[in-house]
Design a binder for this molecule. Structure first.
Ligand code: MLT
Length: 306
């Protein structure tokens, strides 16, 4: 009977699936790297979210490991090169939290357009500052999508429903697909020059790192708003802070940061910045989806493919 270790907080649905499929499963979230290395040897599969770092050292301590399953999209916490070199398959769940993450991006766009977090804090403080919070409508505005894959295309769909004009930069987006989802495919420079709001939906790769660099932020329209629910490292945070202070960027909403957990940042002190602690995938529905999907995929592999 194959054995799987779940080392992060995964929905109990995953445990049920493994058991039902005849796989022995242990649920041990919160172990230190040393503790994990000490117990990993007998397992065939390791199921993680983002807290466990699947390093070369951990893989060295796991000679029987056949599969690492990431309940979520990004595999940034897995050393995929080292895993592949050892014949360990790395799998993710690319669809399970796409709607939830797209909805978070839309929520961030609304939060920025109407300054909801600041207005809420002010009202709760008893100030009733009705004249302070003048917002902007989304109707008719141009949304610039950097990345138009699983998540970006759902954001596009919702934005079209809000009667926004959507332009997308994504080298993998075909003209046909762009037409199907109601977006205009553009080059990055055109997007930077046209967007009223820019939202990022791309993984962090050598090509996308710092895609909103100081230079590219300077190319954006004055008064632009920026949303990042994808990955820290896509935006130059220091340059963004300066552009917010100068008023070139009117607001930014960030769910992800270059260093996480982000407990200190030049952005935190700025009034026109909304921050959440990497909550993009944090809904009950998405966590259930990714847990079910990762457990089924890992079970399929361990029972038939490994
Ligand atoms: C993902 O890659 O699935 C999201 O960023 C969510 C997460 O890391 O928990």
């Amino acid at each position: 009977m194959p054995r799987v270790l779940i080392s992060d907080k995964l929905s109990p649905a995953a445990i049920e699936i493994f058991k039902r499929r005849g796989i022995e499963v242990d649920f041990r979230p919160g172990l230190s790297p040393a503790e994990l290395r000490a117990i990993i040897a007998p397992y065939d599969g390791l199921a993680v979210r983002s807290a466990t770092k699947v390093t070369r050292e951990l893989l060295d301590a796991a000679p029987g490991l056949k599969v690492v399953g990431r309940a979520g999209i990004g595999v940034d916490n897995v050393d995929v090169t080292s895993a592949t070199a050892r014949g360990v398959v790395v799998m993710n769940t690319p669809y399970g939290n796409a709607i939830t993450t797209a909805e978070h991006a839309i929520a961030m766009i609304f939060a920025l357009a109407r300054q909801i977090p600041e207005a809420s804090a002010s009202t709760k403080a008893g100030k009733w500052e009705k004249n302070r919070f003048m917002g902007v409508e989304l109707f008719g505005k141009t949304l610039g999508l950097i990345g138009c894959g699983n998540i970006g295309s759902i954001v596009a769909d919702r934005a079209v429903g809000l009667h926004m004009k959507v332009v997308a930069y994504d080298p993998f987006l075909s003209e046909k697909r762009a037409v199907e989802i109601g977006v205009e495919k553009v080059e990055l420079n055109e997007l930077l020059e046209r967007a009223d709001i820019v939202t990022l939906h791309t993984p962090l790769t050598e090509q996308t790192r710092n895609i909103l660099s100081r230079q590219n932020i300077a190319r954006l329209k004055r008064g632009v708003r920026i949303v990042n629910c994808a990955r820290g490292g896509l935006v130059d945070e220091q340059a963004l802070a300066e552009a917010l202070q100068s008023g070139h960027v009117a607001g930014a909403a960030l769910d992800v940061f270059e260093t996480e957990p982000a407990t200190d940042s030049p952005l935190f002190a700025l009034e026109n910045v909304v921050c959440t602690p990497h909550l993009g995938a944090a809904t009950a529905e998405a966590q259930e989806n990714v847990a079910l999907q990762v457990a089924d995929q890992m079970a399929d592999y361990l029972l038939t493919g490994a």
